[in-house]
Design a protein around this ligand. Structure first.
Ligand code: PLP
Length: 381
């Protein structure tokens, strides 16, 4: 620590110098998160000081959190659902498996079945909870199908995880099939909709052929949503939704003090800014606003795909959401060369011949044109 504190001007200079090393959004093609919506930012600034760990002081902020979970439950077609606001998809996925395990004390060596491209947060969750993750092969569109899961079910199977929008490819598992299987086998089906939860309901309203990722599928027991991705809220905003209100007793932890709330999620002291920001953007945009945002994202995804095809590039698979994967043999070397020109792009460690481009709110046509120009200069097909 410094002996003497810096002046406000020195602090501002230090911050500006460090912030200047961050990449501008206009060069970011790898991020499922984006600049928060201005409504979310404004609400967050007003509420950064609040603490959802003490709802006697912050009773109004606690109501905001409650209203967010109600709205998210309704969006996910769960009129009786219970929502927990958490820090993001990782915490929501961890809690989902924790709930599944608490509900089945008869299973002592629990196994979780998921597709090969399951997000690594579920690997973390299994490690922490002492569960075994078994991964199933995917179909040609990189989706998990029921038959592949069925082949892995054992008496120790605790849960199935379906992904509504894989991080790497935006592929949506066959959730309708997984739901039927979970019902038939009496298994917990958790849907990780961190990527697609704020795309799929609106894309379906626009007529896109995607399965629902919500409680209208009767076999779905829990859902992860990430307002800090396509929900346009601030980081850290995540949510776990459970189909019904009956929480397993083991999830509850009482605090030391009378008249303070029982805890159900991992964090204690936490800012209410994420709840306020999420409420502001949910209510400010409404369903129609998210549909408009989704329409715009798909239009720019189509513009990118068209541009790639016009330049002679092939896609690895047809994009279901707003993630475009270009088949390129030297993808990693190319991603490094692009990074030297300022572009931040991902290459899957599993499929190293694919350059992954994420279309989010900050990606516009001018950015796509500039990117295609540099891509073509570095790697003409
Ligand atoms: N699940 C999926 C499908 C994701 O895409 C991500 C993040 O990209 C996560 C879980 C983890 O979410 P977070 O980074 O918010 O913890």
């Amino acid at each position: 620590m410094r002996e003497r504190g810096l002046s406000a001007a020195q602090l501002a200079q230090q911050q500006a110098q460090l912030l200047g090393q961050d990449r501008p959004w206009s060069r970011v093609f790898n991020s499922i998160c984006t600049q928060p919506h201005p409504l979310a930012l404004e609400a967050a600034m007003q509420t950064l000081h609040t603490n959802l760990g003490d709802v006697r002081i912050f009773a109004g902020t606690a109501q905001m959190a409650q209203q967010v979970t109600q709205r998210l439950g309704a969006l996910m077609q769960g009129p009786h659902s219970r929502g927990l606001l958490v820090s993001g998809g990782t915490e929501a996925n961890l809690l989902a498996l924790h709930v599944a395990r608490l509900r089945r004390p008869d299973i002592t060596q629990g196994e979780v079945i998921a597709g090969e491209t399951v997000h690594f947060s579920l690997r973390k969750a299994c490690t922490l909870l002492g569960l075994r993750l078994r991964t199933a092969a995917l179909d040609e569109r990189l989706r998990l199908r029921a038959a592949a899961v069925q082949a892995l079910i054992t008496p120790q199977t605790l849960a199935i995880v379906g992904t509504a929008g894989s991080s790497e490819f935006g592929a949506v598992d066959a959730l309708d099939e997984l739901s039927a299987l979970a019902l038939q086998q009496g298994l917990h089906l958790h849907v990780d909709a961190a990527t697609g939860g704020f795309i799929i309901p609106f894309a379906r309203a626009l007529g896109h052929a995607l399965p629902p990722c919500d409680f209208s599928l009767e076999g779905v027991s829990s859902i992860t949503l990430d307002p800090h991705k396509y929900g346009l809220s601030i980081i850290p905003s995540g949510a776990l939704l459970l189909r019904d209100d009956s929480l397993p007793a083991g999830l509850q932890q009482d605090s030391f003090f009378a008249r303070t709330p029982t805890h159900h999620s991992l964090l204690g002291t936490r800012s209410g800014a994420a709840a306020a920001a999420t409420l502001a953007v949910l209510d400010g945009l409404g369903f129609e606003g998210y549909v408009a945002q989704t329409r715009a994202n798909y239009a720019r995804t189509a513009y990118l795909v068209q541009g790639l095809r016009a330049h002679g590039y092939a896609l690895m698979l047809a994009p279901e959401l707003n993630i475009v994967c270009v088949a390129l043999p030297q993808a990693e070397a190319l991603a490094q060369a692009l990074e030297q020109r300022g572009w931040i792009i991902s290459v899957s460690t599993r499929y190293q011949h694919a350059l992954r481009l994420v279309v989010q709110r900050h990606v516009d046509e001018a950015m796509i044109d500039a990117f295609l120009h540099d891509l073509h200069a570095l790697a003409p097909p």
